[in-house]
Unconditional design. Structure first.
Length: 340
């Protein structure tokens, strides 16, 4: 089994035993949590594949916490589950567990969770920040607690981070709308305070600036949700056709889907108004009008975050440290009927 694919992994054991990766991790770390029957199935798979946990995982189990703290600002984001699942599975292969905390975009709660994880002496931290935490993370790093910023590029070269080039994503969206002849563009969002959203707007602005006569306005949505998009549709329908945008770039796919739903009986999409979303969630292609969007590599981000943090926690982990501390992933444009 290892001849063509490389060394046997915990994923192979889980597949052969017909259990989850977490269950295999429990077999090595917390066998008392398992039934005798499940233990026997996993043991049989381990013996059949001649699998043994990595030295890194063993050292983590014997020498320090196996918990990684994860602080994110929202759970409702359509991207969060894919990123979190990818991280969790990769950490599980190293015998570690991901413990998530949602701060809801509240700086006070963000700080409280950071302090909590520090007191709990977790092995490492993953943070999708609301505020500038890099000075605090530098202090924790000096005290032996490594961290990785997720979905935001660090400003310090010493702070590991994994991000998407959101400025490039915003430019791709605006360039596409402009290429289809749209000139009155709108960016729909509930905030410009978050770095990744501000970067999308700046990228779109840069593209619009290169086309004389083109404009870009910001239309406020009450939330980054389907309901938020429906609210924006109602706002646009209150305008005359001549004062509406003819191309709309939404902060995410949920808002874009709500916008399309709210407009579909009154405005022809894309003839009168073209719509572009962001993230390329599963439902983007399944909408009443399949959605043009900017695809972001969500699973790749989750894996990259975990790999980078593991290389900080255990230098001889399965994926050795490469010296690269800032990883930036590329978005891509996916064109569908909402703008074609």
């Amino acid at each position: 089994m290892s001849d063509a694919r490389g060394p046997i992994t915990i994923r192979d054991v889980a597949a052969l035993a017909g259990v989850s990766i977490t269950t295999v991790s429990n077999f090595f770390n917390h066998p008392q949590r398992m039934t005798a029957a499940t233990r026997a199935r996993v043991e049989s798979a381990v013996l059949t594949l001649n699998f043994s946990p990595s030295d890194a995982a063993r050292s983590l189990r014997s020498g320090r916490s196996t918990v990684v703290g994860y602080i994110s600002f929202e759970l409702a984001s359509a991207r969060t589950p894919a990123i979190t699942t990818a991280m969790s599975e990769r950490f599980a292969t190293a015998g570690m567990h991901l413990l998530s905390a949602i701060d809801g975009g509240d700086p006070t709660r963000e700080r409280a969770y950071l302090d909590l994880f520090e007191r709990q002496r977790v092995a490492g931290l993953v943070i999708t920040p609301v505020t500038d935490l890099e000075p605090d993370l530098a202090r924790l790093r000096r005290a032996g607690l490594p961290s990785v910023l997720s979905a935001q590029r660090a400003t310090s070269t010493e702070q590991p981070s994994v991000s998407v080039d959101h400025r490039r994503g915003g430019r791709l969206a605006a360039e596409h709308l402009l290429a289809t002849g749209r000139r009155r563009l709108a960016f729909v969002t509930d905030t410009l305070e978050l770095h990744q959203i501000a970067d999308r707007f700046q990228g779109a602005m840069a593209a619009v600036a290169e086309h004389p006569g083109a404009t870009l306005e910001v239309v406020s949505a009450p939330s980054r949700s389907v309901a938020g998009g429906e609210d924006v549709a109602a706002q646009l329908l209150d305008r005359t056709p001549a004062t509406r945008p003819d191309g709309v770039f939404c902060v995410n796919d949920l808002v874009a889907l709500g916008l399309c739903s709210g407009l579909r009986h009154a405005v022809s999409i894309p003839d009168e108004l073209a719509v572009v979303g962001y993230d390329d969630i599963e439902f983007a292609r399944l909408g009443v009008v399949p959605l043009t969007t900017i695809s972001t590599p969500q699973e790749d981000m989750g894996v990259a975050v975990a790999e980078l943090l593991l290389s900080e926690i255990v230098p001889d982990a399965t994926t050795p440290a490469t010296g690269v501390r800032q990883v930036e992933l590329e978005p891509r444009l996916v064109v569908r009927a909402s703008s074609r």
